[in-house]
Write a protein that binds this ligand. Sequence first.
Ligand SMILES: [Zn+2]
Length: 323
Amino acid sequence: MQESPESPTDIQTGQVVGTLSYLKGLDRARHGVPLSQSFKFLNLSTIFREDFPGTRDAQIGSEFDYNPSSPRGPHTWNILWPGCNGILQSPININTSRVIYERPFQINYNLENLVISGDFLNNGHSCAFYPSRKLRAMYGVPHAEREMYILDEIHFHFGNDLQHGSEHSMNNLFFPVEIHLVHYNSRYENAKNASKYRDGLVALGVFMEVGFGPPTELDRFISTYVPRIAIPDNVGVPAILDINSILPYNRDLFTYYGSKTTPPCTHNIRWILMRTHKTITSQSHRLLYYLRNHENQRISRYGNFRPVQDSTCRMVEANFRNS
Ligand SMILES: [Zn+2]
């Protein structure tokens, strides 16, 4: 195992915009969180979010939607938001016959065995988890190997059935769920500032299949918290998430350069898609299915995935041998 190039540090104190539930989340963070082998604990007494993306997302929550018949549906995004008409748009289909294999990438995720606290909320488009602390989570990012990335948020994409839900597809096949872990470069103050730079943002995507195995830790997370955020709310609930329950053990990956998949479709994002999917139960999938949007409709009715974008001439690389 490689050593982390930097030690984790306390975050810099920013403007206090916390909520009661957020503070409760911090309180819960003091209990039962094991030390990572590669990380020491952060000083929780000085932790404040400078920016609370959940609030921001909820405020702009009704500005776009996924209804194909709506004037704000995905087919209009490239008119309403010029960035969505730009270059290097995401998501894309990964055509495995056109991937460049055996690239020397090795991502390292420093949250092994670490349980983190935060807020989990329904922003009207999806359910999203926002860590209470700025955690220096990942390094070894392809084409930015020397940079350290901070985990900013985790959200879910899903649809109305088992054939749709993921944003990316593999050889034109979709998974029922795709989870995105969004990170920003620790050089920059926050995700918003980082989005201005080519090495600013990294989104790590994990595909989820729906299976019949026993419930996993992620299933327990979903069954505990998703029913509590059935309708959009800019506060959410304090939650504790084991990142390890989302990440596949296998670190084989595809990577390409693209954009945010929601308006304004900012194109400065390094995408990392894990080759190995994970599995959730049909009960978990059902709980996501019932989440509501700002119009009190099921988010899953039209899904919350942007259609795949043109990937002609897009370079997709992989760190494993084609077999
Ligand atoms: Zn996403």
